[in-house]
Design a protein around this ligand. Structure first.
Ligand SMILES: *Cc1c(COP(=O)(O)O)cnc(C)c1O
Length: 452
């Protein structure tokens, strides 16, 4: 065994945190198709006023390349553990016998265990400034709900989370976190909203879905003028807030004289991938570099690899505006894979455009091979990855393995380890016992999307 200590420092001094977020909108290869109503009419920014604070609506459509991070947001994120570490996966490299250098940015050190707190703090801050008293949201497995609940506790804003009922009962740990942070967690469908009541009348045992929970959260805030809605991925302003990840990583790599040839991330709605990738994508779009970007998704929900780039609803019920994105259709029933954060039928509009234009490659994996990669990573690097993040681990391992022995063109690989998997041990147990199911998405019906 090679026990030589490599020349590497983990750089984490606070001045690595950037002062500004990077907004990719003005640098896109063509203008982003706007959100539309089902009638075809473009959605005007004012139409979002019942849902979001003004500052976030401005960011959603902003033409500014850099947007200042408010001091309060920067300070809060620093107090929670930013900058996050950038590690070189030396033991993994040795295990793979690769000449590639593998770096990863680790967001799991943040208190709720993933990158989602980066946007939760920013969103709650602007709500606080504009006088919102309560914020409502939906959550599946609870990563987003727990991040927003913590941010609410820090800025003294009430948080109400509609949590998919099956997760509420079967995956209680993140619900307990949310309750500890003082949030109100409601199993969805609930009797609190009309959409919930309508479903329960017909089907009292309905297990709920993210689509239903979104409908409930939106209805909840539209009925109140002191409450706003909050979303944990997909929207431009969410991806903007996450660029803090890539901006930090860029500086950290600069300190050691490195720059990535390949940037990798797992994609649900696209926020952690975009957060890491976009500051490097800026260099590629301006012709300075030819870095490759690889978005990794589950085969059970293959939006980028088997979906279409079309206008579709953001939610299952069809209440939201339509956005142009890669989609497997809002009626697609996503199989119950363990990577709950990747079970979304679409992708962020900017990410979708960049995939469509060929700037980002996409790959899909089955969950068994993803957990296998996670096991290799855990036993070499020590960190047990979230099943979502393990998709990025799998792609990084596959690519690094192509450069074994004396390959002298070996690349520098950078991937996002978006969270830890310590609350996902059930998935690991199923893997160890050989009980994981690899779902084939046989029925992707796109006809109702393409007909419009
Ligand atoms: C929510 C989540 C994801 C997926 O969401 P994105 O918006 O695509 O980043 C990935 N990893 C972790 C750890 C998550 O909690």
């Amino acid at each position: 065994m090679d026990l030589a200590i490599p020349e590497f420092r983990s750089i984490q001094n606070p001045d690595i945190i950037p002062d500004k977020w990077y907004n990719i909108l003005p640098d896109l290869p063509e203008e982003l198709p706007p959100p539309k109503l089902p009638s075809g009419e473009p959605v005007k920014p004012e139409m979002f006023l019942p849902l979001f604070p003004k500052a976030l609506i401005e960011q959603e459509f902003s033409p500014e390349r850099y947007i200042k991070i408010p001091e309060e947001v920067k300070y809060t994120l620093a107090s929670l553990g930013r900058p996050t570490p950038l590690f070189r996966a030396v033991r993994l490299e040795r295990f793979l016998d690769t000449k590639a250098k593998i770096f990863y940015k680790y967001e799991g050190v943040l208190p709720t265990g993933s990158h989602k707190i980066n946007t939760a703090v920013a969103q709650i801050f602007y709500n606080r400034v504009e006088g919102t008293e309560r914020v409502s949201t939906e959550t599946g497995a609870g990563q987003w709900g727990s991040a927003l609940s913590l941010a609410g506790a820090l800025f003294n804003i009430k948080v109400r989370v509609f949590m998919v009922k099956s997760s509420y009962h079967q995956k209680p740990y993140r619900r307990i976190m949310m309750e500890l942070y003082g949030a109100e967690v409601i199993p969805s469908p609930s009797t609190l909203t009309e959409s919930g009541r309508r479903i329960l009348e017909k089907d009292p045992d309905n297990p709920g879905s993210l689509g239903i929970a979104i409908s409930e959260a939106i209805e909840d805030v539209v009925k109140s003028d002191k409450a706003k809605y909050s979303l944990g991925s997909v929207l431009n302003h969410v991806l903007l807030h996450q660029t803090i990840i890539g901006l930090e990583a860029k500086k950290q790599l600069e300190y050691i004289g490195e720059y990535p040839d390949i940037v990798i991330g797992g994609v649900g709605g696209g926020s952690n991938f975009a957060g890491l990738a976009y500051p490097f994508m800026q260099d590629r779009l301006s012709g300075k570099t030819d870095t490759r970007f690889i978005a990794v998704e589950p085969k059970a929900c293959p939006t980028l690899t088997r979906g279409v780039y079309e206008y579709d609803f953001g939610d299952t019920a069809g209440l939201t505006p339509m956005i142009k994105m890669y989609t497997v259709g809002h009626r697609y029933r996503v199989p119950p894979i363990h990577a709950g954060g990747l079970r979304y039928h679409g992708d962020a509009p900017t990410l979708s455009l960049l995939v469509y234009k060929g700037y980002i490659e996409a790959r899909a994996y089955h969950q068994t091979e993803v957990f296998e990669a996670a096991k290799i990573f855990a036993s070499t690097e020590g960190i047990i990855p979230a099943p979502e993040s393990a998709h990025a681990v799998k792609a990084a391992i596959d690519i690094a393995r192509e450069y074994s022995g004396d390959a002298d063109d070996a690349p520098v690989i950078l991937f996002n380890l978006s969270g830890h998997g310590l609350l996902d041990l059930q998935g690991y147990q199923d893997y160890l016992e050989g009980k994981l199911v690899d779902y084939e998405p046989e029925k992707i019906d796109l006809s109702y999307i393409l007909r419009k």
